[in-house]
Every structure is written in structure tokens, then in C-alpha cells.
Design a protein around this ligand. Structure first.
Ligand SMILES: NC(=O)c1ccc[n+]([C@@H]2O[C@H](COP(=O)([O-])OP(=O)(O)OC[C@H]3O[C@@H](n4cnc5c(N)ncnc54)[C@H](OP(=O)(O)O)[C@@H]3O)[C@@H](O)[C@H]2O)c1
Length: 278
């Protein structure tokens, strides 16, 4: 099978390229194809004719998006529309990734795949619009939501900064660190998500929406605490409310993604342990 990966220099894109390497993989980063360029998207993909398109490209700067709405919507919504059309035109399976932030964040027990979304920030609205286009236009598509991605940082200039690396670096320099003890969500280990994606495609399970996170949930403080323990770093973490660090974009308070359709994934703690021991 011919597999096209878009956003191949990002955290998830890199893992998808490794995981699908027993297929013919064409891994494109932004310089190979800017997915906001409609003409190029149609021309280049129609010539390549992949069997599967994995779209790991995204505008992920959650706070910057508040001031840069057009760019966020161009990548996260309009480009998804073009990709959904071209996938349909060439009969390719289209896999697209979305976020827990499409939910409002008031449901403490988590969100199932089919629950109504209610995005709050510009970033979340742009990802939700991409979801909407995909549902309207897509035929053979998988929409996989994830949250709090961790793993080997992306090498693209625009790749999202990794929380785990940022915390470990700060903790190595400081005696104390305040970390937000709110925003309950389920971390997602990039190699695990890449494997889940491969299984979804290989098993030809029904098209639709899936939640691809690791098992369990945590706040940012709990996530950081586990990482420091695994690395034996003695910096004291101080749990603080989200209001301690006001940010331009509103985040959901509770955004656990419940997986009711796929086999359960291993816990985020097990995945984090594996990652930090590599
Ligand atoms: N990271 C998270 O915590 C998180 C949470 C929830 C959902 N997600 C979703 O998971 C998916 C993968 O995220 P990630 O963290 O792996 O992303 P990432 O590391 O930030 O990488 C995104 C990649 O997209 C590329 N890109 C941006 N605009 C592009 C364009 N116009 N044309 C082509 N490529 C473009 C970037 O290339 P440049 O470097 O050249 O700009 C970058 O390599 C995305 O759909 C994201 O929204 C991520």
C-alpha cells in the first residue's frame, strides 16, 4: 500500500512514518506540500495517488491562534476540506487527527466519540471546523482525537513544544516549580497512537470517529510529577490553579477522551515510563 504522511516533521508525523515503514511511505513536510495551497494539494496528491493519506499537519499554537485566526483556520479547517475532497476523488482512505479541546470541558466523567462538541478557543474552533468538513465531505475517513501528545519532539520549525521535555528541563534548573493542577485529560504517547492508527487502517474497522489516547487521566501537575519521579529529579512541584498562569486561550477544565470503540490502550503512566527510559 502507498501511504502519504503530511506534517511528517511533527511529533506524530515522525512516528507515523516509522510505524508504517513496511508500506511504501511518502513523508511530506511543509516544504514538500503546504496543505493550505489548494492547487498544489489537488495536483500533487492526484498524481501520487496514495491508498491512504495520514494528515498529521496542524496549526497547534493554541494561544497564538487567538490573534492569528486566519492561519489556524487555513491549516486546521480549510486544508482539511481540500484533503477530504481529494481523498474522495482518488478513492483514498483519509486519516485525520483532532483534539480534546473541541469539547467544552464541563463533563467531568469524559466524552465519548459521538458526544456533541462545543469548542471555546480559536484553535479549538478551527479544529472543530476541520472535523465538520470531514464529516460533510469525507467518505472513507477516520477522525482520531487525541490529547496532550508526548514523545520524541517534532523537528519542524512549527512543531509544538513538548510539555514533558519543558518540565524536565525546568525542573533540572530549579528547586521549586509551580504546575497547574487542573485541566484533567488523557495523555497520548505518539508511538502508541501511531500503532493504534495502523491497527485501525489494517483492520478496516468502520469509518468514523475514534479516541486514540492512552488510558487514564491526569492534570498537568500529576503528569509532571510522574515524569520527575521516573527521572529521579528532586525539584519540588507546587500544585496551583489554572488562574495562576492566565493565558489568552481558554482550555477545557475536563477533557478526558473516552474510548468506547477500540481495544483499551495501556495507561499513560506505562507509556511515559517507556518513553523516559529510552
Ligand atoms: N501536540 C498535542 O498535544 C496535541 C493535542 C491534541 C491534538 N493534537 C493533534 O495531533 C496532530 C499531530 O500533532 P503534533 O503535536 O504531532 O504536531 P506538531 O508536532 O506541532 O507538528 C505539526 C506539523 O504540521 C506542519 N504544518 C503546519 N502547517 C502546515 C502546512 N500549512 N502545510 C504542511 N505542513 C504544515 C508543521 O510543519 P512546520 O514545522 O514546517 O511548520 C509541523 O511539522 C495534529 O492534528 C494536532 O492538532 C496534538
Amino acid at each position: 500500500m502507498k501511504v502519504l504522511i503530511l506534517g511528517s516533521h511533527g511529533m506524530l508525523g515522525q512516528e507515523l512514518a516509522k510505524t508504517f515503514s513496511n508500506h511504501i511511505v511518502i513523508a511530506w513536510d511543509r516544504k514538500d506540500l503546504d496543505i493550505t495551497d489548494k492547487t498544489q494539494v489537488f495536483q500533487k496528491i492526484a498524481v501520487l495517488r496514495p491508498d491512504i493519506i495520514l494528515n498529521a499537519a496542524a496549526y497547534n499554537a493554541v494561544d497564538k491562534a487567538e490573534e492569528d485566526k486566519d492561519s489556524a483556520f487555513a491549516v486546521n479547517a480549510e486544508a482539511v476540506k481540500h484533503l477530504a475532497f481529494v481523498s474522495k476523488e482518488i478513492g483514498a482512505t483519509f486519516v485525520h487527527f483532532s483534539t480534546d479541546y473541541v469539547f467544552e470541558g464541563i463533563e467531568k466523567n469524559g466524552h465519548k466519540e459521538g458526544d456533541a462538541i462545543n469548542p471555546q478557543s480559536v484553535y479549538a474552533k478551527s479544529k472543530a471546523k476541520g472535523e465538520e468538513y470531514l464529516r460533510e465531505i469525507g467518505e472513507k475517513y477516520y477522525l482520531i482525537r487525541l490529547s496532550r501528545l508526548f514523545g520524541k519532539p517534532g523537528i519542524g520549525d512549527g512543531s509544538k513544544k513538548s510539555f514533558v521535555e519543558a518540565i524536565l528541563n525546568l525542573a533540572a534548573e530549579k528547586k521549586e516549580l509551580e504546575v497547574v493542577n487542573e485541566e484533567l485529560s488523557s495523555p497520548t504517547y505518539a508511538p502508541d497512537l501511531a500503532k493504534i492508527t495502523k491497527e485501525i487502517v489494517a483492520n478496516k474497522i468502520p469509518y468514523g470517529i475514534y479516541h486514540g489516547t492512552n488510558g487514564g487521566s491526569c492534570t498537568w501537575y500529576e503528569f509532571a510529577d510522574e515524569a520527575l519521579k521516573l527521572k529521579n529529579i528532586s525539584c519540588k512541584l507546587i500544585p496551583v490553579p489554572a488562574g495562576r498562569f492566565p493565558r489568552p486561550a481558554q482550555r477545557p477544565k475536563y477533557s478526558i477522551l473516552l474510548n468506547t470503540k477500540l481495544s483499551p490502550a495501556r495507561s499513560w503512566q506505562e507509556a511515559l515510563e517507556e518513553y523516559l527510559k529510552i
